[in-house]
Design a protein around this ligand. Structure first.
Ligand SMILES: Nc1ncnc2c1ncn2[C@@H]1O[C@H](COP(=O)(O)OP(=O)(O)O)[C@@H](O)[C@H]1O
Ligand SMILES: [Mg+2]
Length: 273
């Protein structure tokens, strides 16, 4: 046998090793991809189950609540004039609590309906959508001084009804949590990074403590008391779910007493023009 020149021999050995490594990497990658697919399927199944659960719970809670409300009405008509002030107040508190529970149930039902509804994507001019929602909200301004500053916003391919709900929730919050300001300033705008558009709403309102930022987007999670600012705490949960369903992310920044900013990213697959 001809002796193999040393250099060639080393080279061929290296290539074999590289090939083996490549194959191994490929196997690992494929295994990882399988795992991700499997995990995603599992998560989707759990999500579906949770959505079905909250749908049926909120649906089923309505019947007993109707009963409670019916009997509160009967008590109000039948005996409230015979009660002293303290007991009348008890009846009022029960009635208010039942009505608040009704709002919570309705909101939860709407939330799970929205989570289950099919996405119907079309081209939506975000700037026009924002302008329409602001016009709608003007009636809620009640003589307040509110400066709306709307920047450039893109045309996107999204579900128009869902996107409107997300925008409405963010703008209504900005309007609500600036209520104590002499002049409210609400900025709506967008920026871009290399693969997504980021839509944001910033206000100079009461703000919030960043310590609790993770809670804001949860169902029924509120950082402000109902006596101060009314609400059920479902708005931002809706926003998060809607944006997630479009493949985007949501986050917030705030400082107590100094305002807040809410961000939604929309992946480039939703960008149109
Ligand atoms: N613009 C904002 N400024 C300060 N805090 C906010 C703002 N928007 C939302 N939050 C906080 O996040 C919580 C959850 O918001 P949301 O889900 O819309 O519920 P709600 O408006 O019914 O309170 C609010 O209770 C409030 O504490
Ligand atoms: Mg809200």
């Amino acid at each position: 046998m001809e002796p193999v020149p040393e250099g060639t021999f080393i080279l061929s050995k290296d290539i074999t090793k590289e090939k083996e490594l490549d194959e191994e990497l490929k196997r690992h990658r494929e295994h990882l991809e399988d795992l991700v697919v499997e995990r995603t399927a599992q998560l989707e199944a759990v999500n579906k189950e949770l959505e079905a659960f909250s749908y049926s719970v909120s649906h089923d809670l309505r019947a007993p609540l109707r009963h409670i409300n019916g009997f509160i009405d009967l008590l109000n008509k039948g005996v409230s004039h015979t009660l002293d002030e303290k007991n009348r107040r008890y009846l009022t508190v029960v009635s208010q609590a039942a009505s608040h529970m009704g709002s919570l149930i309705d909101d939860l039902l709407a939330f799970s309906r929205m989570s289950r509804a099919e996405l119907m994507k079309t081209r939506v001019n975000l700037r026009r959508l924002v302008t329409e929602v602001i016009t709608e909200l003007k009636t809620a301004e009640e003589g307040r001084k509110v400066v709306w500053d709307v920047g450039t916003l893109p045309v996107v391919e999204v579900d128009p009804a869902m996107m409107r709900l997300a925008v409405l929730n963010l703008l209504a919050n900005a309007l609500k949590y600036t209520r104590t300001r002499e002049e409210a300033r609400i900025e709506v705008g967008s920026t871009r990074n290399d693969h997504e558009t980021i839509f944001f709403v910033r206000d100079n309102g009461v703000g919030f403590d960043m310590k609790y930022v993770d809670k804001l987007f949860g169902v029924f999670q509120r950082l402000h008391r109902a006596e101060e600012f009314e609400g059920t705490g479902i708005g931002l949960a809706n926003v998060r779910r809607i944006i997630q369903r479009h493949g985007g992310r949501t986050w917030a920044e705030g400082k107590t007493g100094e305002g807040a900013a809410f961000f939604c990213s929309l992946p480039d697959t939703t960008r149109k023009g």
